[in-house]
Design a protein around this ligand. Structure first.
Ligand code: SF4
Length: 395
């Protein structure tokens, strides 16, 4: 079968194409606030399923409908939401790797259909699919292409790409693979601690061996030599990182280059491009705004535990009030809530989490969280407060 890319007409970011919820559409259509007995619900002005994920999910559904007789594979998780991946598995989609893959793995054939997730894919994976002759459905989000383009430009201009991202995240792994395939070099930093070590190396205060020893596995390109490959540095970031942290990291690296090269030379030796996507930026800005102005008693953030942008939404509230990152309605009980610590990443259980009396609860959701899941979680919170959902939906 000839390799091909299936495209679909999901080009309106203001529309919702999948997993629609009456409650969420009601909140989106109003001022983001509903009075339900003793509970006041507030939603951020921007939250949940982004256009890129909605588009990708819809393209997978189209592929299932268009290829009823072929085996359909996903390279890995479609997005970082277990509910959505489980739904695809229930529809017959197979997973080549990751938590939803079959234990005996996959033996791809030329007549298979293979879906590239919204995160994009490593160059070597794409080449293998083309060699096999599989039909490729590429759902890569257009926002993910932006850091890719910039990284290729850095490679062409002789710069090493420093990526603010998570080294095991599929999007960052794809960026690293692209850079390496073009003969370039990269280094991934997850946070300010790792960036501080990189900056010490740029300033000549940390030896090459010490820097390399401190990096997580696969955080730099093969044969990366700090003495050579930090001379010219350009930054990008995984599209779902915390925007404020990316800005700090860019400033830290620029300052280190200025110390090493002087202000004038640093203009050439350091380049930057903030590649956080609009949906991530909008959702983070909206959480900060809600945290500052909505008089919240607590906030519930809904999304998969391995979802980078969901974790960063919990961090964006900045400890002003209790914030609980939950996976869905099953995490919410009358007396306790099961959530993920945004600092350590460990699962936690908090008891007596819902105050008595009148309470204002803010809600937001990660870009990979379906509206239906957010709606069900809101319903679970109302049930925990012993307020019927009908009170929220009454005209
Ligand atoms: S979070 Fe951003 S980059 Fe990722 S799929 Fe959504 S719009 Fe695209």
């Amino acid at each position: 079968m000839t390799p091909q890319t299936t495209t679909a007409d999901y080009d309106d970011p203001s529309r919702r194409y999948s997993y629609r919820s009456e409650l969420i559409e009601r909140l989106r259509g109003g001022d983001g606030s509903l009075e339900c007995g003793r509970v006041t619900l507030r939603t951020a002005t921007s939250f949940g399923f982004c256009w890129g994920v909605d588009r990708a999910v819809s393209m997978v559904r189209d592929a299932i409908a268009e290829h009823p007789d072929e085996r359909i594979w996903l390279l890995d998780q479609m997005i970082h939401n277990p509910r959505v991946n489980a739904d695809f598995k229930a529809m017959g989609v197979r997973f080549l790797r990751g938590p939803f893959s079959d234990p005996d793995g996959g033996d791809l054939r030329a007549d298979d259909v293979v879906i590239i997730p919204a995160f994009s894919a490593k160059v070597e994976d794409e080449e293998r699919l083309k060699q096999l002759g599989c039909t490729i459905v590429d759902t890569t989000c257009p926002w993910v292409v932006r850091p890719h383009r910039r990284a290729v430009r850095y490679v062409n201009d002789g710069y090493t790409t420093v990526i603010h991202g998570l080294v095991r995240h599929e999007e960052t792994a794809a960026s690293c693979s692209l850079i390496a395939s073009r003969g370039g070099h990269f280094l991934v930093v997850a946070d300010q601690v790792e960036t501080a070590r990189l900056c010490a190396a740029i300033r000549g205060e940390l030896g090459a061996a010490e820097l390399l020893a401190s990096l997580p596995e696969e955080a730099c390109s093969p044969d990366f030599d700090p003495a050579v490959h930090l001379a010219l540095v350009g930054t990008i970031n995984q599209t779902t990182m915390l925007a404020s942290e990316t800005r700090l990291i860019e400033d830290m690296i620029r300052s280190a280059v200025v110390v090493r090269d002087g202000e004038a030379a640093a203009v050439d030796a350091f380049r930057e491009l903030n590649t956080i996507c609009k949906a991530t930026q909008d959702n983070q800005d909206a959480v900060v705004s809600m945290a500052e102005s909505a008089g919240l008693d607590l906030m519930v953030v809904v999304g998969g535990y391995d979802s980078s942008n969901t974790r960063n939404l919990t961090r964006a509230a900045d400890g002003r009030f209790p914030s609980y990152h939950v996976i869905g309605p099953e995490a919410v009980d009358v007396g306790s809530i099961r959530h993920r610590c945004p600092v350590t990443g460990k699962p936690l259980v908090t008891h007596d989490w819902l105050p008595a009396g009148d309470v204002t609860v803010g809600f937001t959701a990660g870009a990979s969280t379906p509206d239906t899941l957010l709606g069900a979680t809101i319903q679970a919170v109302l049930e925990a407060a012993q307020v019927p959902l009908e009170a929220a939906l009454r005209p």
